[in-house]
Ligand binder design. Sequence first.
Ligand SMILES: C[S@@+](CC[C@H](N)C(=O)[O-])C[C@H]1O[C@@H](n2cnc3c(N)ncnc32)[C@H](O)[C@@H]1O
Length: 279
Amino acid sequence: MPRDGSAGYSEYTRQKQEHLWLILNTIGGVLNGIIQRHQWVNPYILWWDLNGGPGCYHNGSIGSPLLALQMARKYDLPFEASAWEIDDECHGRLVQNLVRIGRLRLVDTTNRQAVLHAEDTRDAIRYTVYPSDYNLTIPKCLKDLQSTAKSRYGMIYSDENGRLPPFKLLRQCAEVLEHCDIIIHVAATPIKRQFYSSMHPLSQRLSEMVKTIGKAIWIVREPHEHFQWTFLIGTNWDSFPIFKRHGFHGLWTPIGREIMRRLDYNLEEYIGQLDLFND
Ligand SMILES: C[S@@+](CC[C@H](N)C(=O)[O-])C[C@H]1O[C@@H](n2cnc3c(N)ncnc32)[C@H](O)[C@@H]1O
């Protein structure tokens, strides 16, 4: 995949961002209704973007931190967002792009942790960009939120560059923030390679790792490209819309389970499981 700083960019990236927007746009509309109807819900929608990236790519297309901001503005949602970016150059670009494209202003940069607010002070938007590994800061963020976590709605997004998502950390997030949906963009092929590797094998398949995150409902998208890129959405909301037309399916449906088998098994095992001689 061609590089754009530490983030990758390929033909498929445009499709990924379109599908992420589909998810965000849908959840944004629902959250708008929830905060209008329920006084006990903290109106500040939470967005945790574990893999922030540069915010905007060299070809002008925007990434997850700005798509989420666009959603908050579209639905006029008070917004408390955090993005993590371990790569210095990418972190700098993300902060600049939140200012330039996102119309935010920098209010603090102590220890390079950027705190941004909306240029227009009437917009209730706060964005923190951590220049660090999410593994180091998220446990403390969870601890700080503990007492108010039950009233928080929002989303947590993992979008690794082909590496294993941090399932243990995502499980901790799901335990504390039970009303926040988990969105994972992941490549299944490298996970399978690791599972079948004789050197450092993984002990669980993708579906088993996903199940360790305590969410009642999972939605999976059909895999794209050789790397089998997919989205997995975990939620406790049983009416979560499923975008079948775009290749998303509930994991409880026959087609969702079939997609998951394709993501879990290598071709040989997958074909071996098909009951080819069933009449
Ligand atoms: C696929 S890109 C993210 C793209 C972004 N979500 C978007 O939509 O444009 C992955 C990013 O995660 C960053 N990253 C990788 N491991 C990280 C970690 N442990 N903590 C914080 N950032 C990390 C990489 O530097 C890279 O920029």
